[in-house]
Design a protein around this ligand. Structure first.
Ligand code: 5GP
Ligand code: ZN
Length: 113
């Protein structure tokens, strides 16, 4: 999508600190980290939120889930980590391109704010 910041990161129009990349997804450090490790995993395909995931995206979604584990291992998150996806207004989704936050290297609290 032309004016989507995460699409631009996905196709390297905008630079980011890349942790992992393959043909379907990219993982990069968050600009405003909320934990000692805070990265974002996004599909390169523009999908606005989980509400917009279609049946045909099932393989892509599975690939993201499987790769999160690989990324967590690469980042040394053997003590645990949190995966968050904010969807829509109530969840305060600020970038309208599906993304999964991976947060780690500190104790998390529950419930989240
Ligand atoms: P949301 O609030 O939509 O769940 O998360 C969006 C995240 O994207 C925020 O944590 C924000 O810091 C991050 N972010 C927004 N713009 C950029 C950017 O241009 N580069 C990077 N690396 N992160 C960004
Ligand atoms: Zn996009």
């Amino acid at each position: 999508m032309a004016d989507c910041i995460f699409c631009k990161i996905g196709n390297h129009e905008i630079p980011s600190n890349v942790v992992y990349e393959d043909e379907k997804l990219i993982c990069f450090h968050d600009l405003d980290p909320q934990a000692p490790v805070h990265v974002l995993v996004i599909p390169k395909k523009h999908i606005e939120s989980l509400d917009d995931v279609k049946d045909e995206d099932g393989q892509l979604m599975g690939h993201i889930m499987v790769t999160i584990k690989v990324i967590a291992e690469k980042l040394g998150l053997e003590n645990g980590y949190r995966v968050v996806s904010n969807n829509g207004e109530d969840a305060f989704q600020t970038v309208k391109h599906l993304h999964f936050h991976i947060l780690g290297k500190r104790k998390m609290t529950w419930p989240p704010g």
